[in-house]
Design a binder for this molecule. Structure first.
Ligand SMILES: Cc1cc2nc3c(=O)[nH]c(=O)nc-3n(C[C@H](O)[C@H](O)[C@H](O)COP(=O)(O)OP(=O)(O)OC[C@H]3O[C@@H](n4cnc5c(N)ncnc54)[C@H](O)[C@@H]3O)c2cc1C
Length: 390
């Protein structure tokens, strides 16, 4: 059997980026996926993902997102595709309780401002009158609202990003195997054999980017650390073509006293006449095999009532489409990028706790640097398993 240098298991956001970056450095790499990416069965679908440079989730993420922005632009130039829409990002707290958390991070707006100041990231701090006049779709903001506007942020398109990186990876010689569920990573001397139902491949090293299925493939300690949380995405019809909504930045809005009082959304994609809005939940964890992909009418009604009505003007309760997605969450809401403590030659890149897409291109680059040069330019130690005692 041919022994590849590297096998990448899972070709979603992290895996596609890793495959591409390894292949363009001349590494003999094979990628395997249980579906045919880009697909809508994992965590990387739904048209848009927010990106912002002032990453309140931690300073360790700041260089990753900057590198990702550079890489999206490089790929756009090479392939002539559109991946990164720099429409700005507006983060607002319009609540009597400004300490609302996002991704488990309290005081999200204020701490984002602090981080932007510290890192010299271009931004504006807005009060309620400025939010009302510049972004009237959020007119119902309270007088004590505070806003952070970052013109360099916006959104990326997850499916085209994955597609583009897989296209380039193949151009650089990567092999891909799709529609195969990897069931085992068996040691074989110095190598690993990656098994699926009707075949296997072998590699000197395996990088697992299996998203919500990571724990089932990797076992301990990942089955102790990772929780898979079902999330819902909604596209509501616009009341009428609205210049304000079509010029909207991406946004994150805390509007009440609890962590549930938070939604985020995107400018309408031109010509679609709808706005994507979502909330998030970290309390109910599921087994990926039991994931319900249906959205009940009560869930649509609840979403509009609690997160849109009276908060965002110009959006109707009429649902255009909806989708289910998952966050794979660690105990501290951070990433895990590290060697598997119990499987030699296996590295894990995943569990991105619901905020990984904006960093994915750079994570792929860092993994390739680690493999080819022995270490990455971005410090990945904050994402190691050591912080959980492994
Ligand atoms: C609703 C929602 C909103 C989000 N919003 C944002 C946002 O605004 N900004 C942001 O930065 N991030 C956001 N995220 C997070 C981001 O999308 C994820 O962190 C990222 O997409 C995860 O990528 P991944 O590669 O880890 O997982 P995935 O993309 O799910 O990839 C995992 C891949 O592994 C394959 N696989 C799994 N097991 C096996 C196996 N045994 N054999 C073969 N193949 C296997 C799967 O088929 C899949 O293709 C959001 C996530 C969700 C769900």
């Amino acid at each position: 059997m041919k022994i590849h240098d590297v096998a990448v298991v899972g070709l979603g956001a992290m895996g596609a980026a890793t495959l591409y970056q390894l292949a363009r450095r001349g590494v003999d790499v094979v990628g395997i996926d249980r579906f045919a990416p880009p697909h809508d069965q994992g965590s990387s679908h739904g048209d848009t993902r927010i990106t912002r440079q002032a990453v309140r989730e931690g300073a360790a993420y700041v260089p990753l997102v900057a590198n990702s922005h550079r890489i999206w632009r490089e790929i756009e130039a090479e392939l002539g595709v559109s991946l990164f829409e720099q429409c700005g990002v507006l983060i607002m707290t319009s609540s009597e309780s400004p300490a609302t958390s996002h991704h488990g991070m309290p005081n999200f707006t204020k701490n984002t401002i602090r981080l932007a100041q510290e890192y010299g990231i271009e931004h504006e701090v807005l009060g309620a009158p400025e939010i009302r006049s510049r972004f009237p779709q959020f007119a119902p903001v309270l007088d004590n609202a505070i806003g952070y506007f970052e013109p360099g942020g916006g959104y990326v398109r997850p499916e085209p990003c994955i597609d583009a990186q897989l296209t380039l990876a193949k151009r650089h010689g990567a092999e891909t195997v799709t529609g195969k569920v990897v069931t085992e990573l068996r040691p074989d001397g110095q190598n690993r054999v990656i098994s699926f139902a009707d075949g296997e491949v072998a590699a000197k090293k395996v990088i697992v980017c299996a998203g919500m299925w990571s724990a089932e493939l990797l076992g301990n300690p990942f089955n102790q650390l990772l929780r898979v949380c079902r999330q819902k995405l909604f596209w509501f019809k616009l009341a009428k073509p609205s210049i304000f909504l079509e010029r909207s930045p991406t946004f994150i809005l805390s509007h009440g006293p609890t962590d549930k009082d938070l939604c985020y959304g995107f400018p309408p994609i031109p010509g679609e006449g709808s706005m994507k809005v979502a909330d998030e939940q970290f309390t109910v964890a599921i087994d990926p095999a039991d994931l319900s992909r249906e959205i009940a009418p009560e869930e649509v009604e609840e979403m509009f009532r609690t997160q849109v009505a009276g908060k965002i003007d110009g959006v109707t309760p009429e649902l255009v489409k909806a989708s289910v997605c998952t966050y794979t969450v660690t105990p501290d809401f951070g990433f895990i990028i590290d060697r598997h403590p119990g499987m030699e030659n296996v590295t894990v890149v995943s569990a991105c706790s619901g905020h990984g897409f904006k960093h994915s291109a750079a994570i792929g680059e860092a993994m390739a640097e680690q493999h080819v040069e022995g270490q990455s330019r971005v410090d990945l130690s904050p994402f190691s398993l050591k912080r959980f005692g492994y």
